[in-house]
Ligand binder design. Structure first.
Ligand SMILES: Cc1cc2nc3c(=O)[nH]c(=O)nc-3n(C[C@H](O)[C@H](O)[C@H](O)COP(=O)(O)OP(=O)(O)OC[C@H]3O[C@@H](n4cnc5c(N)ncnc54)[C@H](O)[C@@H]3O)c2cc1C
Length: 382
């Protein structure tokens, strides 16, 4: 293990790997990624892999537009198959307030160049016929949304970064960050000390703990999310989009011969719990069968849980920390960290190499928004 680096990235998930890759492509290769377990072992390897551009704020739409472009170019640029399938996202809307909000979102999305449709309940049912639409007010659909494989994207970025000279230190946990009068000085790991003037906190749900080591308090909290793989679902076409029943948050999408089925239990408190539980599964099935009665015949094959890294306004914390030289945050993605990882890598590389992010205005994601009182909450959260 080397004892110094120009940049140390804490976290070998898709966000850390994307940052390492984008730095290396720009010629900055004196970089170490420190990962306490293995690449993609955190939220990245437990994600549903959804990639959507339908958001309620301009900054998130732009993050998605750039990331989608980059995923399309991924095979040519990174030489790896991200397994990106643009099957679309279909949001089903049954509450008046959601329907009004989504119509406003579509205006914003179209202004930014996104091809997105407002659909009648009947038109939504024509897309996925077993879906019950009696209670719907409408739906939105974007055909260039879809899903990709988070582990593949993480490994693709990490492999290319390594080939350019970046070191990925797996099985080493960061235990402390030394800060002197002029800023960050070193990272202590359980495998040794790394002197560095620049640390990027890409530790996902553990990002607040890592920030705390540098004396930074950031409101990023872990929340459990459970996901199930079910089979015997021939009633759902293989070409089905990702379907989101927005009121209940239940969603599903094709995966191999079956479906990935998930939902958010909005009453669950923050914790690092990563167990699945029967009570949640019963609630998930109840909601899934209410929307698609034929899913009653589906067979649950397996389930797992992971963590969202959630902020109070459901937006990430991206960029420098005022008053602390040499510390950058790239976490708090609130369930959108995979889909926004390609753009995040590029933007953090711009911050480090060019002094600021210039492709997208990421000022809404600055840590200062929590004290300036001007956060704009992302409304389209699953
Ligand atoms: C069930 C589920 C479904 C999801 N679905 C979607 C989806 O459809 N679309 C989407 O965009 N996002 C989705 N997400 C969210 C997405 O998975 C995350 O936003 C994304 O993976 C975050 O990547 P990351 O690299 O920031 O974090 P992680 O992948 O969690 O990586 C952080 C890494 O930091 C390491 N680490 C932590 N502390 C230390 C330390 N002290 N020292 C060294 N290493 C450390 C951890 O081991 C971990 O590997 C989902 C998440 C879950 C759980």
């Amino acid at each position: 293990m080397r004892d110094r680096a120009s940049v140390v990235i804490v976290g070998g998930g898709v966000v850390g790997a994307s940052i390492a890759y984008h730095l290396a492509v720009r010629g900055l290769t004196d970089v170490v990624v420190v990962e306490r377990f293995g690449l993609a072992s955190g939220s990245t390897g437990r994600s549903a892999g959804g990639v959507r551009q339908q958001f309620s704020t301009e900054a998130n739409c732009r993050m998605s537009l750039l990331s989608t472009e980059k995923l399309l170019r991924f095979p040519a640029e990174v030489g790896w198959d991200p397994r990106f399938h643009q099957v679309g996202y279909l949001f089903l809307l049954s509450r008046e307030s959601d329907w009004q909000a989504f119509q406003r979102n579509v205006e914003l999305q179209r202004r930014l160049g996104l091809d997105v449709d407002l659909l009648s309940p009947h038109a939504a049912q024509a897309m996925v016929s077993p879906v019950v639409v009696d209670d719907l007010l409408g739906a939105t659909f974007c055909g260039t949304d879809g899903h990709a494989d988070p582990t593949q994207v993480c490994l693709g970025y990490a492999t290319q970064a390594r080939e350019r000279g970046v070191e990925v230190l797996s099985g080493a946990a960061v235990t402390d960050i030394s800060v002197g009068a002029s800023g960050v000085e070193a990272v202590q790991t359980d495998a040794g000390r790394l002197s560095t003037p620049l640390v990027v906190d890409a530790a996902g749900p553990w990002a607040a703990e890592v920030a705390h080591m540098a004396g930074v308090e950031v409101p990023i909290r872990p929340y459990r999310r459970q996901l199930y793989y079910v089979e015997d679902v021939s009633m759902i076409p293989r070409s089905s989009p990702m379907v989101v029943d927005f009121a209940s948050s239940m969603y599903f999408r094709p995966e191999g011969p079956g479906l990935l089925l998930g939902m958010t239990d909005r009453s669950e408190p923050s914790s690092f719990n990563m167990d699945t539980d029967e009570e949640f599964l019963a609630m998930l099935i109840e909601n899934a069968v209410r929307r698609v009665p034929a899913l009653e015949r589906a067979r649950v094959v397996r389930g797992w849980a992971g963590l969202y890294d959630v902020t109070p306004d459901a937006n990430p914390v991206l960029g420098p920390v005022p008053g602390l030289r040499g510390f950058l945050m790239a976490a708090g993605f609130s369930g959108h960290g995979f889909m926004h990882s390609p753009a995040t890598g590029q933007l953090v590389a711009e911050m480090i190499i060019d002094g600021c992010a210039h492709t997208i205005d990421v000022s809404p994601f600055s840590i200062e928004r929590f004290t300036s009182g001007a956060p704009a909450r992302e409304q389209t959260v699953i």
